[in-house]
Design a protein around this ligand. Structure first.
Ligand SMILES: [Zn+2]
Length: 366
């Protein structure tokens, strides 16, 4: 059901309004951050349009043949394409039949039989996930259809924002904005799913408004092992035992970065390693972000790493807010260098040397 998309009341109300007044456009562009429910909403909308036994106008039953087929991805009139391959692009053969392209067989191309009315649905729904991944060629090939879509077709594109697709595509679409969800809604949903209060509270804070992310982490806790190991390093950096060296920390950090490996989508080992290090630094950034919040707001600050509240409070007590803010800026800079091809080992060592040298002794000067 559309209402099951968490934290998107405005988007859902707009969709249900259009649905119940039978005023759906030819093309929707769902915009917003990653993992907030855009693809989920597209699927639920397709179900609501085509449900055989809708409980109310604009809703779906989740149980009929049509709803079940759409959920399973087997409905002949509801199709999705998403970026694939090392370059994460959407390619023309995913849309239009092209003979001899091994990875995209012509008989699977999404728009192969666009000229035909639906087999069993009220409306054929074509979902293009991450439409920003279309190159100009692909976008132009789709544009021809969006200019004059068959009246039985509904296109739903998802993208970070309207500026992420060609202006000619954006101007032919009705944009619906999705937002980060309030953590309390995510927390409640996780509790309903059966998670403990602590765990739900932590995952809601840690996913920072991205419902999909929270649910993925709830189902696959192993994805957090890199984060946990990285926070152990963060704790070491900010507890500053005298024997610790930047070289040693950089080595450890690189090893931990290997745990952020869900990275077949990047090209080449070097790029993938730099991406992993950037992700590890993101975790370090969240740690420092919490420290800044504690140092400036105090114990009532709302933290991202709620499961490490005690360690964070101890670490925050060691620094002045200005020193922590400087560390955050250093982190942002280093992350940028590393993403832009800098030598990761040298950049990391430089960063860690500076972080270890951050002035502390807040109490002494307070
Ligand atoms: Zn149904």
């Amino acid at each position: 059901m559309l209402q099951s998309v968490i934290g998107q009341e405005y988007a859902i109300a707009a969709l249900q309004g259009a649905l119940s007044r039978d005023r759906l456009p030819g093309t929707y562009l769902f915009t917003g951050p990653e993992h907030v429910g855009k693809s989920r909403a597209a699927c639920e909308l397709a179900k609501a349009i085509n449900c055989l036994t809708p409980p109310k106008p604009g809703e779906c039953c989740d149980a009929c043949r049509s709803c079940r087929a759409i959920d399973a991805g087997t409905h002949p009139d509801v199709r999705t394409v998403a970026p694939v391959g090392p370059s994460r692009t959407l390619r023309i053969p995913q849309f239009w039949p092209r003979e001899g392209v091994k990875e995209h067989p012509a008989d699977r191309a999404m728009l192969r039989d666009l000229q035909y009315a639906p087999v069993s649905a009220k409306r054929r729904v074509f979902i293009v996930e991450d439409a920003e991944a279309m190159g100009e060629d692909t976008a132009n090939s789709l544009l021809k259809v969006l200019e004059e879509p068959p009246r039985y077709a509904l296109f739903i594109l998802t993208a970070p924002g309207t500026g992420a697709v060609l202006p000619t595509i954006a101007s032919r679409s009705l944009a619906i904005r999705f937002r980060l969800a309030p953590p309390v809604l995510i927390e409640n949903a996780l509790r309903e799913k059966g998670l403990s209060a602590d765990r739900a509270h932590f995952l809601a804070a840690y996913s920072q408004g991205r419902v999909g992310r929270a649910f993925t982490l709830a189902d696959q806790p192993a994805l957090l092992s890199g984060r946990d190991a990285m926070l152990d390093i963060a704790e070491r950096i900010t507890s500053m035992p005298p024997q610790i060296t930047a070289f040693r920390l950089a080595e450890d950090l690189r090893k931990v970065a290997g745990k952020f490996n869900a990275d077949q989508k990047e090209d080449g080992e070097d790029k993938s390693q730099r991406t992993n290090i950037a992700r590890a630094l993101d975790v370090l950034m969240l740690w420092y972000g919490d420290l800044v919040a504690l140092a400036t707001i105090g114990p009532e600050a709302s933290l991202v790493n709620t499961d490490r509240a005690d360690q964070l409070a101890t670490a925050a007590g060691r620094f002045k807010p200005a020193s922590l803010e400087r560390s955050v800026r250093l982190l942002l800079d280093s992350r940028r260098y590393i993403e832009r091809n800098a030598n990761a080992q040298i950049a990391l060592e430089t960063l860690l040397t500076q972080l270890l040298a951050a002035p502390h002794g807040r109490r002494a000067t307070a």
